[in-house]
Design a protein around this ligand. Structure first.
Ligand code: GRF
Length: 186
């Protein structure tokens, strides 16, 4: 199976997914798409020798690069810290084959603008006792599709958005690659 990753940032999730499938016969990351020049995920793609594309907003709004992904024989699409909404054309091209990871326990703390430390600030401000990750299918709304997997961590009274982000990243890295594998081998 050929996996494509859309990412906007550092790419720590992308790196874990790439590594996880390196010794796998079932799948491999063969394409990385990014909307931000200079993002860490592009250096990861360079270093790993994986084809990568800096996507253009105009083209993206038309079909989310669906035709490009099909040309490349992509079977499954992974959003790993990707900040643009997915256009309907891409959802139609990959029904139940686009997954996203969100750094909170959806349906709470989701939606446009709720990403990165903003999520953790909101969780801490609301004195939540726990937070976690949600892996879900992607539909035309932000952070809204069917939930596939959730994992939790505690929120300690002295947690800051940064310390909570660390705990969340650990959960993401521990679970996302394996959950992806469970979906593509179904
Ligand atoms: C992660 O926290 C993920 O949950 C969110 O964006 C962040 C991506 O981090 N969607 P990275 O770029 O994979 O390090």
């Amino acid at each position: 199976k050929k996996l494509a990753i859309f990412a906007s940032g550092a790419g720590s999730n992308a790196q874990k997914i790439i590594d996880y499938f390196k010794n796998s016969s079932t799948a491999a990351v063969t394409l990385i798409l990014c909307n931000k020049p200079g993002a860490g995920v592009l250096s990861i793609a360079e270093r790993e020798g994986i084809e990568h594309v800096l996507i253009e907003k105009a083209q993206y709004k038309i079909d989310g690069y669906a035709s490009f992904l099909k040309e490349k024989g992509i079977d499954f699409v992974i959003l790993a810290g990707f900040l643009w909404k997915i256009p309907q054309a891409l959802i139609d091209a990959y029904p139940n084959r686009i997954v996203n990871i969100h750094p909170a326990l959806l349906p709470k703390y989701g939606g446009k603008g709720m990403y990165g430390v903003h999520v953790h600030e909101a969780v801490i401000k609301n004195k939540e006792k726990e937070s976690g990750i949600t892996i879900h299918y992607v539909d035309e709304h932000y952070d809204h599709g069917d939930v596939i997997f959730q994992a939790k961590c505690t929120v300690a009274p002295d947690d800051t958005p940064e310390t909570l982000a660390q705990k969340i990243h650990q959960l993401e890295h521990a679970h996302f690659p394996r959950v992806i594998e469970s979906l593509i081998t179904k």
